[in-house]
Design a protein around this ligand. Sequence first.
Ligand SMILES: Cc1cc2nc3c(=O)[nH]c(=O)nc-3n(C[C@H](O)[C@H](O)[C@H](O)COP(=O)(O)OP(=O)(O)OC[C@H]3O[C@@H](n4cnc5c(N)ncnc54)[C@H](O)[C@@H]3O)c2cc1C
Length: 229
Amino acid sequence: MAFQLAFIERVVRTPTAVSYRFSRPPGFSFAAGQYMLLWPEPGGSLAHPLSFSNGPQDDFLEFTKRMTGSAYCQALESLQRGGSVTAKGPLGSFSAESGSGKIVCIAGGIGITPIRSILADMAQRLDPRPVTLIYGNLNESDIAFAVELDGLALPNFRLVHVLQKPDGSLKAHTGLISAEIIRSEIPELATSTFLISGPPVMVKAVEAQLASLGIGPEQIRTDRFLGYA
Ligand SMILES: Cc1cc2nc3c(=O)[nH]c(=O)nc-3n(C[C@H](O)[C@H](O)[C@H](O)COP(=O)(O)OP(=O)(O)OC[C@H]3O[C@@H](n4cnc5c(N)ncnc54)[C@H](O)[C@@H]3O)c2cc1C
């Protein structure tokens, strides 16, 4: 069933990523890693799936969109405080729940959104499992949630940046996320659970790299952001 979400504010994350926050309706709950279908114009026909980018414990709902200049982005950008969007959900089952051993999150660009929700949730619950995030971006200024991830109060958390065109201001691997980088950063390959999120091409490439490292499909969970190349 679709319902209305009241818009609160926008938060600019990077030059090409903006978060939109909405009031949380009474009694509404979601699991970290899920998404909603959002219609930015009530009564309009244009909907896209957007993942929650905040933890389920917050008293607001947050979605973070890669700005592409599309009609959908323009409709989001014209939201005013007191306005609303139509929403349906929560939907999806991308999750770190029941993953055994080490959790390895691999995010490509805006694919960070459900992973940021999962990590915020794990931090809130003081989840003791070791977690490594391998986070691929174009460059330093393109890293959404850089400050939040740096300050994440998760006891066993490690953040590995992979940048295609680094300016050198951050410790990072250069290039695209590769089997070599994964092998060098994750000694516990055989006992880890892998959560991959990003554009379909990126998810497919990382799945192939994990396969080349002997990681079976039973160790892998994916969230494909259809709509991006
Ligand atoms: C489960 C899920 C979660 C997602 N979470 C996020 C998120 O948190 N942040 C984010 O920025 N994006 C997310 N996306 C992608 C998002 O829904 C849009 O598809 C994407 O942002 C492109 O929309 P646009 O308005 O920028 O461009 P548009 O111009 O609207 O779309 C670009 C092209 O892709 C096609 N297209 C758009 N959406 C889809 C679709 N769902 N399936 C197939 N083709 C499509 C359009 O027809 C167009 O040709 C998610 C997608 C999925 C499936």
